[in-house]
Design a protein around this ligand. Structure first.
Ligand code: TYD
Length: 206
């Protein structure tokens, strides 16, 4: 039986990693084999592309180049790692996927949405997540959380209006794909958020 594909989305600093760790533990305790991965990245080649994309010194990178590098990194990731794992019956939990490109490169950078959708459709061989968890937190609260943790990378240095475009982009996607994308209130305490995650994931465990 094919495994399930879970993607995790949110603005910067939404607390995705903590919640992913808790979800993985829960699934593994149920005896489910889980592959955890992230975008951009997840394979040797995709991680190399990630370094180029997020390098704070690459200030001259054009928006189109950025969009294509994300899609290239994703194409390698899907074919080399995600699809084989799903075919082996494993669950794959991926930190960000196509929705991130639609939101960051499409809604926020303002690139042509059809172009973003079509290069990504081509990159993922038609793969669509079984469920997407969107961790909803206002950009101010998210950025404040991250600033305490480490130096900001190139994307995180963008101005607040960029982060609001990202946030509103996610909200628009939630409305467009209510079946697939589950909104989780990430401003709640850790345990409450975890309970909401489990309630959302329960549907695909049946
Ligand atoms: P990362 O440090 O993994 O951020 P986070 O912990 O918030 O997930 O860096 C990934 C950054 O790349 C993040 O700011 C979102 C951005 N991104 C895109 O712009 N497009 C994409 O397709 C993906 C996957 C990520």
């Amino acid at each position: 039986m094919r495994g399930k594909f879970i993607t995790v989305e949110g603005t910067d600093g939404a607390g995705k990693s903590t919640q992913m760790d808790m979800l993985i533990k829960y699934l593994e305790e149920k005896g489910i084999e889980v592959v955890v991965t992230r975008e951009p990245g997840g394979t040797k080649i995709s991680e190399k592309l990630r370094e180029i994309i997020l390098d704070a010194e690459n200030k001259e990178m054009t928006d189109t180049t950025e969009a294509m590098l994300y899609a290239a990194s994703r194409a390698q990731h899907v074919e080399e790692k995600i699809i084989p794992a799903l075919n082996e019956g494993k669950f794959v939990i991926c930190d960000r996927f196509v929705d991130s490109s639609v939101v960051y490169q499409g809604y926020a950078r303002g690139l042509d949405m059809e172009m973003i959708e079509s290069i990504n459709k081509y990159a993922v061989c038609g793969l669509v997540p079984d469920i997407t968890l969107f961790f909803d937190i206002t950009p101010e609260a998210g950025i404040a959380r991250k600033k305490n943790m480490h130096q900001l990378d190139r994307i995180e240095q963008e101005k607040m209006d960029f982060h609001y475009k990202v946030y509103n982009g996610y909200k628009a996607l939630c409305e467009k794909y209510p079946e697939r994308i589950k909104r989780i209130n990430a401003e709640n305490d850790i345990e409450t958020v975890h309970k909401d995650v489990l309630a959302a994931v329960e549907e695909i465990l049946k």
